[in-house]
Write a protein that binds this ligand. Structure first.
Ligand SMILES: Cc1ncc(COP(=O)(O)O)c(C=O)c1O
Length: 388
C-alpha cells in the first residue's frame, strides 16, 4: 500500500462515521469510463461511481456547463424563477413517458421516494402502501419503511406503519394483498441491490392494469434504472407501459447530487404550493448538470449504446464456465457466478477493473457509464475469463 493512500485512509477512518465498507483505494481523478487512484493507477469503472456516472466521469460538456454556472450563480431557491431550472425541467419532461407533465427536484434517491409516497398518499386518499420483498428505496424513515431488503431495516424497527410487503414478480401475491386501504405501490422495476432481479414482462403489464382498474398509484423507483441505463429512457418504455410516478437520482446530475420525481398529470394537479418543498432542489448548478447530462445522452446516442453493449456482454458471457447466467437489461447487469462474488470483485480490482457486488453473494453487479464501448467491455470479459 502506498504512503499517500495510507494517510487518506487513516484520516477518513478516524473522522468519518463508520457506515461504509470501502474498497482499499482512494480515487482522485476520473475521465470517461476510467478513474485513477492516488498512485495514478487507472481503473476501468464498471461500477460507475455507484451507478452515478451515466455520461462517464467528468464529461467535458457537463464540466463546461457546471463551471459556467458556478461563475454566474451558485444558488437561489425555488422562491424565484430560474432560466436554467426551467430548461432542465423541460428537458426531463420531454424525455418522460407521455402524460407525465411535472417534475419535482430534490437531492437524493431517498428524498425522491419520500416525495413520491407522500404525494401519492394525498392523491389516493388511502394510507397503505405496497412495497416489494427485497426492494431497496433508501435509508430515511419512509424510504427505509418501504425497503424490504433484509439487513437495512434490522435494528431500526419499528419503522413506519402501513407498508405491506409482497413477493416481487408474483401477480397473484400482489392481487391477494390488495384491500380497500391500499393507495399506492412502489417498486424498483429491476431489483438491483437484491441481485439484479427482473420480472417477466407480463408482470409489469398486469401490475399496470390492476393499478389502473383500482385507482392505485404505481410508483417506479428508477433511481438506478432511469435515464437510459436499461436501454430505454425509462424502464417501462420498451414494454409500452407507464407508471404514475417515476423517481430518479444517481445518474441524473452526472455526479452533482440530484433527486427528482416525475409525476403524471392526474396526480400533479392535486398538489399545491406549500404542500411539499426542498431548499436545494433544482438549484442552478444541479440544473445545469441535468441539462448538459441529458444533452450528452441524446447527442451520443447513449440509450441505444447501453442496450447494445449490454447485449454484447450477455452474449459473450454465455459460454463462460464460471458464469451461470446474466440477469438485468442494458447496462444494469447481474452476473451470477459459481463462486463468491467478492473474491471475483477483488480479483478484478487487482487487475484495474471496478465492479460491484449485491446482497446475493454469488452475483457480481455492473453499473458502468453508458458511454462504455465494446472494446472496454472486452477488457472486462478477458479478465473475468482469467479468473476461471
Ligand atoms: C433503487 C434505489 N432507490 C433509492 C436509493 C437511495 O438513493 P440515495 O442513496 O440517493 O438516497 C438507491 C440507492 O442506492 C437505490 O438504488
Amino acid at each position: 500500500m502506498d504512503q499517500a493512500f495510507e494517510e487518506v485512509k487513516q484520516k477518513e477512518d478516524l473522522y468519518q462515521l463508520n457506515t461504509y465498507k470501502k474498497l482499499p483505494l482512494s480515487i482522485e481523478r476520473g475521465e470517461g469510463v476510467y478513474v485513477y487512484d492516488s498512485t495514478g493507477k487507472p481503473y476501468l469503472d464498471l461500477y460507475g461511481g455507484h451507478a452515478v456516472a451515466l455520461t462517464g466521469h467528468c464529461h467535458p460538456s457537463v464540466v463546461k456547463a457546471v463551471k459556467e454556472q458556478l461563475g454566474k450563480l451558485i444558488f437561489y431557491s425555488n422562491v424565484v424563477y430560474s432560466s436554467v431550472r426551467a430548461r432542465a425541467s423541460e428537458a426531463l419532461i420531454k424525455v418522460a413517458p407521455s402524460g407525465m407533465d411535472k417534475v419535482f427536484f430534490c437531492n437524493s434517491g431517498a428524498e425522491a421516494n419520500e416525495t413520491a409516497m407522500k404525494i401519492s398518499r394525498k392523491y389516493a386518499g388511502k394510507k397503505k402502501i405496497i412495497a416489494m420483498k427485497d426492494g431497496f428505496h433508501g435509508r430515511t424513515a419512509g424510504a427505509l419503511s418501504a425497503t424490504g431488503l433484509g439487513n437495512y431495516r434490522k435494528q431500526f424497527s419499528p419503522l413506519l406503519e402501513d407498508y405491506i410487503f409482497v413477493e416481487f414478480g408474483n401477480v397473484e401475491a400482489f392481487k391477494n394483498t390488495l384491500n380497500d386501504d391500499v393507495g399506492s405501490v412502489i417498486l424498483e422495476p429491476i431489483q438491483s441491490m437484491a441481485g439484479v432481479e427482473i420480472a417477466e414482462e407480463d408482470y409489469y403489464k398486469h401490475l399496470r392494469e390492476i393499478c389502473s382498474e383500482r385507482g392505485i398509484v404505481l410508483i417506479f423507483d428508477e433511481v438506478q434504472t432511469g435515464l437510459g441505463r436499461t436501454g430505454s429512457w425509462f424502464f417501462g418504455d420498451r414494454l409500452g407501459i407507464n407508471p404514475d410516478i417515476i423517481t430518479l437520482a444517481k445518474g441524473i446530475g452526472a455526479g452533482i447530487p440530484v433527486g427528482c420525481v416525475i409525476i403524471d398529470e392526474k396526480i400533479s394537479k392535486t398538489i399545491g404550493p406549500g404542500e411539499h418543498g426542498s431548499t436545494f432542489g433544482g438549484g442552478p448548478v444541479a440544473s445545469s448538470a441535468i441539462l448538459a447530462n441529458i444533452s450528452v445522452i441524446k447527442e451520443e446516442n447513449l440509450v441505444q449504446n447501453a442496450w447494445d453493449v449490454g447485449e454484447f456482454i450477455k452474449q459473450e458471457l454465455r459460454d463462460v464456465n464460471l458464469v451461470r447466467r446474466v440477469k438485468g437489461r442494458g447496462l444494469l447487469l447481474g452476473i451470477e457466478i459459481e463462486t463468491d462474488a467478492i473474491r471475483l470483485r477483488d480479483f478484478l480490482l487487482e487487475r484495474g477493473i471496478i465492479t460491484g457486488t449485491s446482497s446475493k453473494n454469488n452475483v457480481l453487479r455492473l453499473l458502468p457509464p453508458l458511454i462504455l464501448k465494446i472494446e472496454e467491455a472486452e477488457i472486462f470479459i478477458k479478465e473475468l475469463k482469467a479468473f476461471e
